[in-house]
Design a protein around this ligand. Structure first.
Ligand code: ADP
Length: 482
């Protein structure tokens, strides 16, 4: 996965986690608001139902006690005991109600054997309740506003967002206005009072607006998600860095230096013995020649020993040269994609590429060649890092690095072209010599090793200059299909 794709994926996951978390928070907040709303609405319904039942009880009491019309008669006292009762009327004998609506309600009451409503006027905030009885029937007028038990009311009536009304045949009497705020959804509650005589409906609504959402919690969750993902990304970056370092080690940069150190130590050890012997033999020969008379036979033997030891030293050096020049990679050849090898090497060099502001172009490298994967990566890595060394020495605007794959004459070709300093005419023929370098601190082993590796895999490596400036290295390898 490329770093950009990786980052996009992480951002997408973050978005999903943040959105899901916020959705869960909103859901639970709304569920809490709904539960609170329904509890309040049910309490209101119960309180008003109790009041309605109380009215039924008042009617029954008036019928039972039957007034004598005196000052202490129950119908006179009712208004002072029940503040919501505005007026009490009585009809007895053959008298008739002044209001025909009350007469109709009395008939209804007689038929249903319970109190019946009349003259419901929600705009005026009142209604009549009529109870037919013998010898006298009663009617009481009830004040809707007085019906509300403020002391037991479950919500702060002025500031609560819940709107509560009593409804009867399309008329509404507002009990609580509900603080209005821009709302995009609503909770509803509707239930008829639990008194058959007063079939009013309690209608409660609560608008849900943007200000009801749990913004602080959501912000907290988003910050938590962002923090966790940033931590994850940092961890991932660290891991990528470690992988890069491990890869570099694998590619043998460090290993090669270590091997060189070991080689030097081994060389010193192996050469020390014959050279010491050469020195001892030549010194002995010198002494014997200086003797009077000169001991020619002994001197000859000593010189013979010296030359044998010198040959031994030379064979050590020769052996060493073979080791350095011809690492055997031919045994591990297998089909490898040039493109994969290039991408791996580019990945390792990404920090340098970024520092130098270079965006390399890669074309036509989807070619399968026969190679040893690590050796191939090592060659490409060397060519690319040499190109970067050369590019670092020219001004940034002119820096370009082009990598191109081609198939020519049944061989896979990979060219690495840079617009760097180019190669001086006297340097070009010595480029692949071991220990040849123009770089301060350079080992001069990179290209010689690359060439050895390329020939070891049945291919070749060539260098040339490029117009108007820069160098181009061409790696040729057998195709895997061939
Ligand atoms: P080192 O990088 O240690 O010097 P190399 O064998 O990789 O050893 O390179 C040998 C020399 O070849 C370099 O010192 C440099 O002068 C020359 N060289 C290699 N690649 C390039 C290039 N792309 N542009 C110019 N010079 C190059």
């Amino acid at each position: 996965m490329t770093p950009l794709r990786g980052r996009l994926t992480v951002a997408l996951i973050g978005l999903v986690v943040a959105a899901t978390g916020c959705a869960v928070l909103v859901r639970s907040e709304l569920a809490g608001l709904r539960a609170a709303f329904e509890t309040d609405a049910r309490i209101v319904h119960r309180l008003l139902s109790q009041r309605a039942a109380q009215h039924d009880a008042v009617m029954a009491m008036l019928s039972l006690l039957q007034s004598d019309g005196g000052a202490s008669a129950p119908d006179r006292r009712v208004t002072s005991v029940y503040p919501q009762v505005l007026d009490v009327r009585q009809r007895s004998g053959d008298a008739s109600w002044a209001d025909p609506a009350l007469a109709a309600a009395e008939g209804e009451s007689r038929r249903l054997r319970r109190a019946a409503i009349a003259g419901v006027d929600f705009a005026g905030g009142r209604y009549w309740l009529v109870q037919a009885a013998m010898p006298a029937s009663h009617a009481v007028q009830i004040d809707l506003a007085g019906m509300v038990p403020r002391e037991e009311w479950p919500m702060p009536a002025e500031t609560s967002p819940v709107r509560v009304a009593l409804e009867y045949t399309g008329q509404q009497f507002l009990l609580q206005p509900g603080r209005g705020n821009g709302s995009w959804t609503e909770f509803d509650f509707r239930k008829r009072l639990a008194a058959d005589s007063q079939p009013f409906e309690v209608v409660a609504t609560r608008g849900i607006g943007w200000s009801d959402l749990p913004w602080l919690k959501m912000l907290g969750w988003i910050l938590l998600t962002v923090g966790a993902l940033a931590g994850l990304l940092a961890l991932e970056r660290q891991r990528a860095e470690r992988r890069r370092a491990e890869e570099l080690l694998r590619l043998g940069q460090v290993a090669r230096l270590n091997a060189l150190g070991e080689l030097a130590a081994g060389m010193a050890h192996e050469l020390n013995q014959p050279l010491t012997a050469v020195l001892a033999s030549t010194q002995a020969a010198g002494r014997m020649l200086n003797d009077e008379p000169a001991e020619l036979a002994g001197a000859r033997e000593a010189m013979q020993r010296a030359s044998e030891q010198a040959r031994r030293a030379s064979s050590v050096v020769e052996r060493l040269r073979r080791v350095v020049e011809r690492p055997d990679v031919s045994a591990k050849l297998r089909p490898v994609s040039l493109e994969d090898a290039v991408r791996n090497a580019l990945y390792l060099l990404e920090p340098q590429l970024q520092r130098l502001g270079i965006k390399p172009s890669l074309r036509g490298a989807a070619i399968l060649v026969l190679a040893e994967p690590v050796a191939l990566e090592q060659i490409i890595h060397n060519l690319l890092s040499n190109a970067l060394d050369a590019l670092a020495q020219v001004p940034a605007p002119g820096r370009s690095l082009d990598i191109e794959g081609r198939v020519v004459d049944g061989k896979g070709l990979l060219t690495v072209s840079d617009s760097g300093t180019g190669i001086a005419a006297d340097v070009l023929p010595r480029l692949f010599e071991p220990f040849f370098t123009t770089r301060e601190g350079g080992l001069g082993l990179g290209l010689s090793l690359c060439e050895s590796l390329a020939t070891g895999m049945g291919g070749s490596l060539a260098a040339a200059n490029r117009a108007p400036h820069g160098a181009v290295f061409t790696l040729q390898l057998p195709l895997a299909a061939a």
